[in-house]
Design a protein around this ligand. Structure first.
Ligand code: EPU
Length: 358
C-alpha cells in the first residue's frame, strides 16, 4: 500500500496532539548532505527528542506519510527532491552511563556529531573509539552502516541503542544481535529501513584499554615515530592525520566517504584475477573468502581524477567520489555506473555502492 503524499505546510510550528513540532516546507537539503547535492524536502521535521518522534507518529497526516530519516547526510546521494516526510534527527546529549570494572558505557543522542563525540570520550579519559576518529556523520548514523576504520568497527564497541518505532510510536532498546551488524550493514539498512528512528546509542569501551594497531598505516606510524606503546590520544591524532592526508574534508569538498564497499569473492575467483593481475590488493578472510580493495580496482581502471559534470573521482583515493562544485546527484550516479561497468568489464566484479541512492 502506498502512503499518501505529504501536504506542503507553511507553518513553522505544527500543532500535534501532545505538543508542537518544528516543521519546514520546501526545505533545501543541500546543507544537510555531505556531498552538497541540491534537493528539496517537501516537508522536513526537526526531530529534537523521542517525544517529537511520537508526535510525528500520532499526527493525522505525518503519521501516515512515508518517511525518510536523515542523520548527518553522510551516507546518501540525493538525485531528486524528496516527497517522503524528512525526519532530520537532532537529538543531542552525551553522558557516562556506567563505570564498570570491565568497561565504560557512554551514551550519545543520535544527532550528536560522531567525531566530536569520539574526541570528547578521549578527553574524558575513556579510550576505545580512537580508530574511528574523523568519520563524517552523526552518532545515529554510525550503527546504520556499522562504520569502520583502521581495524575497528562500531559493532566492536557497541552496547545497545534506543529507537522509536514509526508505526506504533513505541520505544525499544536493541542489542547488537537485534541490530544484525555486517560489513557496512545492519538491520537499519534492511528490514528496519525507514521503519524506526534511532534516538540514542550506547557504546561499550572495554577496560583495560588495548590499542588496535594492526592496520598497515598504523603499523607504519609506530615504525616512523618509534612509539611502540602509543596512548589513545596519539592513535587518535595518527588516525586524523592519515585520514586528512588521503580523504577529502566534506566541509571543503563534498563527498560521502567510500562510495563502494570492498567486494568479497571466492578464493577461486581471486586466484583467477591474481593470474591476470598479480598486483591486486586482497585480504583473505577467516571463512576462506577474499576481500578485494575496491579503491585498487577502480584505480587500476584509470579513474583517479576523472569527472562527469560536477562529479569526480578523488585524486588521492579512487574509492571516494567527490562534488567538484555544483554537481547534481544524477552526475554522481552516472559516474558511479560508468565505474561499475569498467570494473565489471575488466575484473568481472560488481561493485556495490555504500551510500543510499535516493
Ligand atoms: N588503493 C589503491 N588506489 C586507490 C585507493 C586504494 O591502490 O585509489 C589501495 C591502497 O593502496 C590499499 C588498498 O587499496 O592497499 C586499501 O586502501 P585503504 O587502506 O585506503 O582502505 P580502503 O579499503 O580504501 C577502507 C574503508 C574506509 C576506511 C579504511 C581504513 C571501505 C569501503 N572503506 O577503505 O572507510 O577508512 O578502509 O580502515 O571499507 C568509509 O567507509 O567511508 C571509509 C572511508
Amino acid at each position: 500500500m502506498r502512503s499518501p503524499p505529504t501536504q506542503p505546510l507553511d507553518a513553522a510550528q505544527v500543532r500535534a496532539a501532545n505538543g508542537t513540532l518544528h516543521v519546514e516546507s520546501r526545505a533545501s537539503l543541500r546543507p544537510f548532505n555531505t556531498f552538497g547535492l541540491p534537493a528539496l524536502a517537501q516537508t522536513l521535521v526537526h526531530v529534537k527528542s523521542e517525544a517529537d518522534v511520537r508526535r510525528v507518529v500520532d499526527h493525522p497526516t505525518f503519521g501516515r506519510a512515508s518517511k525518510f530519516i536523515l542523520g548527518g547526510g553522510s551516507n546518501v546521494v540525493l538525485t531528486r527532491d524528496v516527497a517522503a516526510l524528512v525526519l532530520k534527527v537532532e537529538i543531542m546529549g552525551r553522558r557516562l552511563v556506567e563505570e564498570r570494572a570491565d568497561a565504560w558505557i557512554v551514551e550519545a543522542g543520535a544527532g550528536e556529531n560522531w567525531h566530536e563525540f569520539v574526541a570528547w570520550t578521549i578527553e574524558q579519559g575513556w579510550p576505545g573509539l580512537e580508530n574511528l576518529a574523523l568519520i563524517p556523520g552523526t552518532v545515529g548514523a554510525a550503527p546504520v552502516q556499522n562504520i569502520g576504520a583502521y581495524g575497528v568497527e562500531l559493532r566492536d564497541r557497541f552496547e545497545s541503542l534506543d529507537a522509536v518505532d514509526l508505526v506504533t510510536g513505541r520505544s525499544v532498546a536493541l542489542d547488537a544481535a537485534a541490530c544484525r551488524f555486517g560489513y557496512r550493514d545492519s538491520a537499519f539498512k534492511q528490514h528496519l529501513a525507514g521503519k524506526s528512528v534511532i534516538t540514542r546509542v550506547r557504546i561499550r569501551l572495554p577496560r583495560p584499554w588495548r590499542p588496535v594497531l594492526g592496520y598497515l598505516e598504523l603499523e607504519r606510524k609506530v615504525a616512523e615515530t618509534g612509539m611502540a606503546d602509543p596512548d589513545a590520544r596519539t592513535i587518535f591524532d595518527w588516525v586524523c592525520a592519515i585520514r586528512r592526508a588521503k580523504l577529502p574534508d566534506p566541509a571543503r569538498i563534498g563527498n560521502a566517504g567510500s562510495f563502494f564497499k570492498n567486494p568479497v569473492v571466492s578464493a577461486e575467483q581471486c586466484r583467477d584475477i591474481i593470474g591476470r593481475d598479480p598486483e591486486i590488493v586482497h585480504y583473505p578472510l577467516p571463512d576462506g573468502t577474499v576481500k578485494l580493495a575496491a579503491g585498487w580496482l577502480i584505480d587500476a581502471c584509470g579513474w583517479k581524477g576523472k569527472t562527469v559534470g560536477g562529479a569526480g573521482v578523488y585524486e588521492k583515493q579512487a574509492l571516494v567520489l567527490v562534488n567538484r562544485g555544483g554537481a547534481h546527484g544524477s552526475e554522481v550516479v552516472t559516474l558511479a555506473r560508468a565505474i561499475q561497468e569498467s570494473v565489471y568489464g575488466r575484473f568481472g566484479i560488481r561493485l556495490e555502492p555504500e551510500p543510499v541512492i535516493v
